[in-house]
Write a protein of this length. Structure first.
Length: 269
């Protein structure tokens, strides 16, 4: 005859006092207050118009439901140019981001060097792609090179921040082991830091390449090359069937890039 299992009373979960919950209440209350304040400026009151003007939306939807692929070779060619712009922009950004990230890492450099580098990266990340692209268009003229440089500058700031955070989270053991052999600072980075952060750096770079493939499309609107110019012209001409075909090509290209980068990341991480 088996003995009954011993029953133990489960203590109730601990409950926070009002003072302990006060910071959370203040944070969420502040978020709700900001949403209420932004209701008017963001014109959220126009939400019912999405359904009130159904005829306009139906006309727009009918055009989009019948994409015009007459010039599909042109669309594919310009999308390929857009991908090449994103590829070179990302590659140049990586070359800039690697040294900047090491200089911006708290465990690699002193505060005197790290602080100004981080502020420079803040400025680079804050500048919109369209503004940077316009600067390069003024400097070198319209074309793909302006798009490449605009993506390279903005992406280098983003990647440098992400890379530096990866460096700051490394295990110091391998670095100290390399240092114990009498190696130089450069050897510490090559043999102690890079092997630890390389998979994460690669994952970040692939993600930014995906993002740049979309950003390069937008840069085409200001004359920086790629399929964005075709998209802009078709929208201005109210050629929605042609616009739909261009959007389909963009979606297909971005989806393929996303699938490829996911396959690469799954083998690295």
């Amino acid at each position: 005859m088996s003995l009954p299992a011993a029953t133990t009373a489960v203590p109730p979960p601990p409950r926070k006092t009002l003072m302990q919950r006060l910071p959370d209440l203040l944070v969420w209350g502040g978020v709700i207050a900001l949403l209420l304040i932004a209701f008017g400026p963001a014109e959220i009151k126009k939400l019912p118009l999405l359904f009130a003007r159904s005829e306009n939306m139906q006309t727009f939807g009918r055009e989009f439901a019948h994409p015009d692929f007459t010039d599909w070779k042109l669309y594919v060619g310009q999308m390929w140019l857009t991908i090449q712009i994103a590829l070179w922009g990302t590659a140049l950004a990586i070359l800039l981001a690697v040294p900047l990230s090491l200089l911006a890492s708290r465990n690699m450099t002193s505060a005197y060097a790290q602080w100004p580098i981080r502020r420079v990266l803040d400025v680079i990340r804050s500048a919109p792609d369209l503004v940077i692209g316009t600067v390069f268009i003024v400097a070198v003229g319209p074309g793909p090179f302006a798009g490449v440089m605009a993506l390279a500058v903005n992406t280098s700031g983003v990647l440098a921040k992400l890379f530096s955070e990866a460096v700051e989270s490394i295990d110091r053991g391998p670095v100290e082991g390399v240092r114990a052999t009498g190696a130089s600072k450069l050897h510490e980075i090559i043999w102690g830091v890079i092997p630890q952060v390389a998979p994460l750096w690669t994952s970040y770079a692939l993600y930014r390449f995906e993002s740049n493939s979309r950003s390069a499309t937008v840069l085409g609107l200001i004359g920086a090359g790629g399929i964005g110019q075709l998209l802009f012209d078709s929208l201005n001409g109210f050629a929605y069937a042609r616009t739909a075909a261009i959007v389909v090509v963009i979606i297909a290209a971005v989806t393929l890039i996303d699938m490829l980068s996911q396959a690469i990341r799954s083998r690295l991480l």
